[in-house]
Unconditional design. Structure first.
Length: 72
């Protein structure tokens, strides 16, 4: 496993990849790391949208303080 590809995958996994990942080519590792990154970004975006939608249930005068408390 190339060092750069392994580091990129480790960063996205937030842990060391299993030894079996050593059988993948650097291109496959990069593709996997990129897919993990895109999925994490997609989920974060979805959570932000859901939080903003939930804030619509809070009375208008309280939204600012509630937003500051929840999303520092």
């Amino acid at each position: 496993m190339s060092t750069e590809a392994r580091e990129q995958l480790s960063k996205e996994l937030r842990d060391e990849p299993a030894e079996s990942f050593g059988q993948l080519t650097p291109e496959q590792l990069a593709f996997l790391a990129d897919a993990l990154k895109r999925e994490r970004e997609s989920r974060a975006s979805g959570l932000n949208e859901a939080a903003e939608e939930a804030l619509k249930l809070v009375p208008a005068l309280a939204r600012g303080p509630v937003r500051r408390i929840l999303f520092r």
